[in-house]
Design a protein around this ligand. Structure first.
Ligand code: HGY
Ligand code: MN
Ligand code: MN
Length: 413
């Protein structure tokens, strides 16, 4: 059986979903690029002799269960979708590293006491339907299925439309108790997002926690009118309210005491109708807010919204706010982290333990089973950008680390 090389796999994936307009890669749930990524997963896993399945929630799974491997699986993997114009590693690195690690364990004759199962979780970024970690949330039963069926993408297509077009049954989505119970633990490898490992001169790290975070959609309605003919004192311009909201996001996050690690971002804005010589009639914007604890995020968002409402009143605009997602603070399993740290120690010495500000499917699953994450050093710390990267040597080190961890966690028969 051939050993799968993570760097070669990333090179194979590089042409898929390359975004000529924004740069980077755009691969969104069940679009053309995502389907090619998913087809690659099936081919790569099948070439290793793994059993490949797609579950009712559009997640893909590849299982290695040689004779004698029993009980719930040790699960690993990540996601193959991306943010709009994202980097090459956020998601795919964890999937290709998992395939590479399993191929090495097969090649070395490892006899696991438990199956190893590799996941490609669907819509981790929420880039198409707005809700992150949708595949893992559905699997875990953490999200209302009627709400999910009603979600729409930018073109107005519903989640039901997307599933149906891909030959999946939207009526079947939701909690998958047997699949959840058949996982003993989940270990996700991911490119580091942020720059904590470089100063420590460490190629890999082990996650401790994830900031609480969420997304809020703000809709500001004003009155569309002529940019030249409308006197300034008679305007109801939603763009001014949007601008005040963007300022408030930064200002309120900055004003929160540093221990809350508060941050708020407006990275997406839609202007209706969007004419350069027209006062907008409506502006929609999205606030991404994160902080150490759930309550810190709630306070931060309340303050930003209060500023936005004041700006709306001053401009004579209407403002509504809808929560699209909320992910509570996650503490990863310390015992599992210790087991992984011990497995890595012979090669890597003491592996740093680091928190992260990014959300992950491992964070969703943490409420249901022991979970852990391995991070691969990102020299600049940049992610959700085409400039995201890791050195070839560190990508190889990540595969080594994941291989060592999976070997230890599945034991020898
Ligand atoms: O947005 C996030 O934190 C993640 O990368 N999905
Ligand atoms: Mn991401
Ligand atoms: Mn990710």
């Amino acid at each position: 059986m051939p050993v799968l090389d993570a760097l070669e796999s990333l090179a194979e994936l590089a042409p898929i979903g390359a975004d000529d307009v924004r740069g980077g890669w755009s691969r969104h749930l069940l679009d053309d690029a995502d389907r090619q990524m998913r087809a690659w997963f099936v081919r790569a896993a099948s070439s290793l002799g793994l059993d490949v399945e797609e579950d009712a929630n559009a997640n893909q799974w590849a299982t290695w269960a040689p004779a004698g491997a029993e009980g719930p699986a040790v699960a690993t993997g990540s996601h193959l979708d991306s943010v709009p114009g994202g980097g090459p590693l956020d998601g795919p690195l964890g999937v290709v590293s998992a395939l590479a690690a399993v191929s090495r364990l097969i090649a070395e004759g490892h006899a696991p006491a438990h199956p190893i199962r590799i996941a490609n979780f669907a819509e981790e970024e929420g880039a198409r339907f707005g809700v992150p970690c949708l595949g893992s949330q559905l699997l875990a039963g953490d999200i209302d299925t009627d709400r999910v069926r009603g979600l729409t993408d930018a073109s107005g297509a519903t989640y039901v439309d997307a599933m149906t077009a891909a030959g999946l049954d939207p009526a079947a989505i939701g909690r998958d108790a047997s699949r959840l119970e058949d996982m003993a633990l989940y270990l996700e490898l991911h490119v580091e997002q942020g720059r904590q490992l470089a100063p420590l001169e460490a190629p890999v790290g082990i996650a401790t926690s994830i900031l609480a975070h969420g997304r809020w959609r703000v809709t500001v309605t004003g009155r569309g009118d002529h940019a030249g003919a409308t006197e300034l004192d008679s305007r109801r311009d939603p763009m001014l309210v949007a601008a005040a909201t963007v300022e408030a996001a930064r200002g309120r996050a900055l004003a929160a005491a540093p221990p809350t690690r508060s941050r708020a971002t407006v990275g997406k804005l839609q202007v209706v109708p969007g004419g350069s010589n027209a006062i907008a009639s409506e502006v929609r914007l999205w606030i991404d807010a994160r902080a150490e604890h759930d309550a810190d995020v709630r306070v931060l968002v309340a303050r930003i919204v209060s500023d936005a409402e004041a700006a709306a009143r001053a401009e004579g605009c209407e403002l509504t706010v809808a929560e699209e997602s909320f992910s509570t603070r996650v503490e990863f399993d310390p015992e599992l982290a210790d087991r992984i740290g011990a497995a890595l120690a012979p090669t890597f010495g003491e592996v740093p333990r680091i928190p992260t500000g990014a959300g992950h499917d491992a964070g969703i699953l943490a409420a249901h089973l022991p979970t852990a994450m391995l991070f691969v050093r990102n020299p600049d710390g940049v992610s959700h950008s085409p400039h995201e990267g890791a050195s070839d040597a560190d990508i190889r080190a990540g595969v080594d680390a994941l291989t060592d961890a999976l070997r230890a966690l599945t034991g020898d028969r």
